[in-house]
Design a protein around this ligand. Structure first.
Ligand code: AMP
Length: 267
């Protein structure tokens, strides 16, 4: 496949169903590059059995219009058959991919790293843009780029939210009206926890207690919590010591799985 590259390409990899989160990354890239490329590919390799590959929201025509309005020059929307002509070589980032999302979704990050590596080779960007919303994905890509000496800059953008705090996500379209009204509690819980943790140096026991209480609160509000943890911003291992950290959460409301996070400096 020929390269789509030019001397100064800003690249935004996506799975489509664009919202303000995606469009913010595109506009950001637009301000900084001669040329902006967006890929739109619902990557089968990163979906597990029983996940939402078939029903993942797709609306290419609308996406093309929105991307054009955001100043995107090139849309790359290959089919799975075009991108994977045979069983693919896999890129597997160690350790970090086994935790959290990787534990709940085995193989997910092999699919992510592999497709992003392929897209980087096709598009040959100077800088690629990702959202902190998918914090573990950011750290996996950062590790892959470093380990494989890829000559590509990375830019991670803050999570774009609804006015009630819910992180924008293509999967929010699955929420029933009842679940939609409960969903902002996830971000509220993270914000509350974050201000407690930032406020003063807490003992490990007190941090554990706050995490346990928040999980219980979320459960009593109908969330089925996969994980809620305080992790470091390097290898995403659980941390209780001072430094750059993030609260990470994944929880299901009905059939919709939501993830969110809040970065903080732990005193
Ligand atoms: P996706 O189409 O869900 O794979 O997302 C494509 C890119 O947009 C990824 O880098 C995401 O992290 C990023 N993204 C998704 N939702 C948001 C959001 N609410 N705010 C900022 N970036 C986002």
């Amino acid at each position: 496949m020929a390269s789509l590259g030019g001397p100064d390409v800003g690249f935004v990899p996506t799975m489509g169903a664009f919202h303000e989160g995606h469009l913010t990354l595109m506009r950001n890239a637009r301000q900084r590059h001669e040329s902006v490329c967006v890929s739109l590919f619902v990557n089968p390799l990163q979906f597990g059995r029983g996940e939402d590959l078939e029903m993942y929201p797709r609306n290419e025509e609308r996406d093309f219009e929105l991307a054009t309005a955001a100043g995107v020059d090139t849309m790359f929307a290959p089919s799975a058959a075009e991108l994977y002509t045979r069983e693919s070589t896999l890129v597997r980032v160690p350790d970090i991919t086994e935790l959290w999302e990787g534990e709940v979704r085995p193989g997910h990050f092999d699919g992510v790293a592999t497709v992003v590596a392929k897209l980087f080779n096709i598009v040959r960007p100077r800088i690629a843009y990702f959202g902190w919303k998918d914090i573990q994905q950011c750290l996996v890509i950062r590790r892959m780029v470093s380990d494989l000496n890829m000559q590509i800059g990375l830019d991670f953008h803050d999570t774009v939210r609804e006015s009630d705090g819910l992180a924008l996500s293509s999967r929010n379209a699955y929420l029933t009206p009842n679940d939609r009204s409960a969903a902002p509690l996830l971000h509220r819980a993270l914000s509350r926890l974050s201000s407690i943790l930032r406020g003063s140096q807490l003992t490990q026991e007190l941090i554990d207690l706050n995490l346990t209480q928040t999980k219980a609160d979320l459960r009593s509000n109908g969330f089925d919590v996969d994980y809620l943890e305080l992790v470091n911003l390097d290898d995403m291992k659980k941390t209780r010591t001072a430094g750059p950290a993030a609260l990470i959460v994944a929880a299901r409301l009905g059939t919709t799985r939501l993830i969110d996070n809040e970065r903080l400096d732990l005193p």
